[in-house]
Design a protein around this ligand. Structure first.
Ligand SMILES: Cc1cc2nc3c(=O)[nH]c(=O)nc-3n(C[C@H](O)[C@H](O)[C@H](O)COP(=O)(O)O)c2cc1C
Length: 193
């Protein structure tokens, strides 16, 4: 069985002063603890940001960053009951990279914990032949939970998030391995893609 542990972690926010760095720092630390090799992909990275206006070299750079991934984890806030526009554009910019790969979704926001951003992303990713994990990890009001280094300050809160992340990671391992094996056994039929 192929070991699918190369995970590209994609941030959803490009806002200055974003909470995204804290939540993503926590998530990558957790993924490492669960045996993954996370690679952080920041849509605000100067080499990636021009993707937003369709810049071809930036899109090629993005394709290469995504190319070797066994799966993805998107860490995103909720903006107006959906995911941030720049994240949607980044997802739209690459077709092949998503095919038959698992995508885990981690969200944050106000009282909803960003769950509506997750639900908005599912049909988008399905259209790209990606497989979203049913299990998610969500944070309401992350500004009350995370310090600047991405540590969850309250121990009970940290424990609950770690428990959710354990389930999430087990599912992600299963899907990454299963889809790795499937892609090896039988290339994805792109005739109607
Ligand atoms: C334009 C905008 C729209 C937002 N809409 C929602 C919303 O619909 N639901 C919600 O729970 N939080 C909403 N929020 C709160 C954000 O989820 C929260 O500010 C979060 O920290 C933003 O992530 P960021 O700091 O990483 O950019 C919104 C924030 C912004 C900037």
């Amino acid at each position: 069985m192929a070991q699918g542990n190369r995970i590209v972690v994609i941030l959803g926010s490009i806002r200055e002063g974003r909470m995204n760095d804290r939540v993503a720092a926590w998530a990558t630390g957790q993924l490492r603890m669960h045996g993954f090799l996370p690679d952080l992909l920041d849509p605000a990275d100067p080499e990636i940001l021009p993707v937003q206006t369709g810049d071809k070299p930036a899109i090629e750079h993005l394709r290469q960053r995504m190319g070797n991934a066994d799966g993805f984890v998107i860490v995103t806030p909720e903006y107006n009951h959906s995911a941030p526009g720049p994240l949607k554009t980044l997802i739209d910019s690459v077709k092949d990279g998503w095919i038959a790969r698992p995508v885990g979704l981690i969200s944050y926001g106000g009282i909803s914990g960003g769950l509506r951003a997750i639900e908005a992303l599912r049909p988008v990713l399905a259209e790209l032949h990606a497989v979203t994990l049913r299990d998610t990890v969500s944070f309401a009001a992350p500004w009350n939970r995370f310090d600047e280094t991405g540590r969850i300050t309250e121990p009970t809160d940290a424990k609950a998030a770690e428990t959710a992340m354990t389930v999430f990671s087990r599912r992600l391992h299963w899907w990454a391995d299963a889809l790795n094996d499937a892609r090896t056994a039988r290339p994805f039929d792109q005739e109607f893609a």
